[in-house]
Design a protein around this ligand. Structure first.
Ligand code: 13P
Length: 258
């Protein structure tokens, strides 16, 4: 089974509208050449409408970093899925570790958000991963399998409707990348869990990305791992030239589509 590679930029809380415009204008010509890779840019809300407008006729998916699962109502400060669709958003991050750790999102919240996104036809990229203490204490798999199982519960969709991103928290923004073997080991275990809890077709279709200090110097080795289908990148995707290099590496490692 061939899964399409995916390379995604998570800008986190960075970039003005003007900076976003310059980035996307520079990205689109390169993106148009990368025919074997799905690309997404997860931007702050203030520039997301503009990024969605600029990428509308390009292969780049405009993505939101966060949303709430209700459609409207008294939820001060939140945006809903219909509001995101109204401005042309195609994909959403769900359960990024910064949402979980800084803003207290729990597994139940992440599961509800994931279902809402899928119901609306948006592609959720669901983030999972353990802290350093959990890894050192031998609790990595308990944490990660719990996060994955919470999302799978009651979810009745094909494997192409969801993407997971394994992002060990200790590797995010630290320069301390998981080794390619660690990334493969964790992502391979996640795929095995998908296989056991669903079936081969589901497990073989779900794309699982790695995130945590991915950069041009380590991306090829990470992408070459059997179960790693792409990257979710923060720091090294803030400069467009560097993100283009990451896309190129994903393109080079992608199996040719006949
Ligand atoms: P860095 O690439 O900066 O480590 O961030 C990873 C991340 O959190 C992407 O969502």
């Amino acid at each position: 089974m061939t899964r399409r590679s995916m390379m995604a930029a998570n800008w986190k809380m960075n970039k003005t509208v003007r900076e976003a415009q310059d980035y996307v204008a520079a990205l689109i010509p390169h993106a148009t050449d990368a025919s074997n890779v799905d690309m997404a840019v997860f931007t702050p809300l203030t520039c997301l409408g503009e990024v969605a407008r600029m990428t509308e006729d390009s292969p780049v998916l405009a993505g939101a970093q966060n949303f709430y699962f209700e459609d409207s109502g008294a939820f001060t400060g939140e945006v809903s899925i219909p509001m995101l669709q109204d401005i042309g958003v195609k994909t959403v991050l769900v359960g990024h570790s910064e949402r979980r750790e800084v803003f207290g999102e729990d597994d139940a919240m992440v599961a509800r958000k994931t279902k809402r996104a899928i119901e609306a036809g948006l592609l959720p990229v669901v983030c999972v991963g353990e802290t350093k203490e959990e890894r050192d204490g031998g609790g990595m798999w308990d944490k990660v399998s719990g996060q994955v199982n919470a999302v799978l519960e009651g979810l009745d969709v094909g494997g192409d409707a969801i993407v997971f991103a394994y992002e060990p928290i200790w590797a995010i923004g630290t320069g301390d990348t998981a080794s390619p073997e660690d990334a493969q080991d964790a992502i391979g275990q996640i795929r095995k869990l998908l296989r056991e809890s669903r079936d081969d077709a589901f497990a073989d279709a779900v794309r699982i990305l790695y995130g945590g200090s991915v950069k041009p110097g380590n991306v090829a080795e990470i992408m070459s791992q059997e179960d790693v289908d792409g990257g979710l990148v923060g720091g090294a995707a803030l400069e467009v030239d560097s993100f283009v290099e990451l896309i190129q590496a994903a393109e080079d490692s992608a199996p040719d589509e006949e």
